[in-house]
Design a protein around this ligand. Sequence first.
Ligand code: LR7
Ligand code: MN
Length: 579
Amino acid sequence: MSWPVYLRRYLSKRQRGRLLNLFLFALCGFILFSLLSTNSKSSLKQPLTRDAVIERGWHAIPDYTKQRKGPGENGAGINLEGTEREEADELAKKWFMNVIASDKISLDRSIPDSRSPQCKALEYDVNKLPTVSVVIIFTDESFSALLRTVHSVVNRSPPQLLQEIVLVDDNSSLPELGEKLVKHIERFGDLVKLIRSKERLGLIRAKVRGAREARAEVLVFLDSHCEANAGWLEPLVARIAESRSAVVCPVIDSISDTSIAYMGGSAGGIGTFWWSLHYSMGGIPPEETRRRKNPEIDYIRSPTMAGGLFAANREYFFEVGAYDEEMDIWGGENLEISFRVWMCGGSIEIIPCSHVGHIFRAGHPYDMTGRKGNKDVHGTNSKRLAEVWMDDYKRLFYVHRMGLKDQDVGDLTSRHELRKKLQCKSFKWFLDNVIPQKFVPDEDVFAYGNLQTVGGLCLDTLQRLENKGTIILGVYFCQGGGSSSQAFSFSKDYEVRREATCLQVDHKNPGNPKRNALIQPCSDATKVQFKHTKGGPITHVESGLCLDVDGVESGGDVYFTECNTEKATQKWTFQKYFD
Ligand code: LR7
Ligand code: MN
């Protein structure tokens, strides 16, 4: 190295060496310092406090102790009139919600606190709880609904807990979700991050994308049309701090799609499923009621979750397999994560003290077509989950979705490997231990399959919608294999039933020689029982009447009437009998 002449003149060689060392030392220090400071900024070890947000003039959190006035305040709905109403009705065809009403309501509106008094009385040491990344995914969401979700999270989360909100834009095309959105979220500073996807991911991959971006210890997922309620976050995080493998859901309050009114509810049920692999809700089973000492506060073990709103330890979420990223657009991932978490050693729980509102929409305001023009993303996603997680019980899914049996749904190797790596338990274990009340139509029954009488006719729901209440049964030409509208069981409780509906004799017009054969929701309290042996009559125990039919030509409805052993139309045979 050559030193400038004037330095050589005044400093000895040793002094020059010392100066060089000093300079290098300072340089290293400076580099180290800059590295550390940018790092701490991106990992946000110190969450941006609410005071800091307010101080910088970004977002003023309203004082909810003061009464607020304005449309929609205190969770009120908006009733539009005249042309505005007509316009809203027209727009609802596209949005499946009242966007005009939503736009009228403050993004910071007040909503009624839907917690029980016991929940309100709980105290949490937020400085000791882990921090949270809230991931909100959206595609072409209504601007006001999306931002009300963001504002509600900022306004109702303890600043010590909320490290960041990660917005994942799943390739929206609405202009207001472009620059206008960027400008709007500037008021939140570093608290809100926005990720844009250049290609449509679908909600499953979008959630994983957001989760990968998240930095806090706990992940919370929300749909983009929610409102977080008072004290929503603390009990979720506290439960995860207590049990790392607990995947926890708030109670989902409902926000009206027509008026945007916020309607609080209480934790009255658990998540279950249909064999068609749709989500459903059920009552809290008696064993669970016995286990929970404090019904207002204690978590509820739930076999499944609805899908959109939940929290998990971020590392655990990835350890247990995040999501199947080959699932497309919408559907199935909620049951997949539910079965998987339980079978692989974790739990799905509902936390009664945490409430979040969600706008329930009757349709999807976005294109539901998946890759390669797939018009049945729920079906193909569900087949992936059935093949990987349900063992032989997938047969019950195919009863409903025969057409999917030969459908290619892509490679499943990595998901099978995941199940092996985590040494997950069987689906039978899940049924026996997590949801023992679930009726398995071809186990614990005397007989199962279609129920045939003379002339190649089978008992049939005739596609009448049994989930809408009671329907009258009929017959149709037998469909061979397992057609869902012809699948019946003769249960060990002597009921003739389907998944959740049971055969019953119409009690109206008792004088009528032909009484309607109904199918209605089964009841544990009052079981409607029948006598039957192979090739014999289906006899209603209480009335002694027998199942009969006049034929497809005469309308096809079946009925109960006086028993007559001579009549061929009173002889019935199930497809399969078990000993
Ligand atoms: O391609 C898409 N990309 C997206 O980012 C499709 C959707 N999305 C976004 C969308 O903007 C929204 O924020 O994903 C979110 C969920 O879509 P919704 O609101 O149309 O779905 P949903 O509320 O009808 O559906 C429920 O089931 C889904 C099954 O895949 C997901 O799990 C949803 O998160 C889930 N929502 C809830 O569970 C909310 C509570 C419902 C109850 C009870
Ligand atoms: Mn939703």
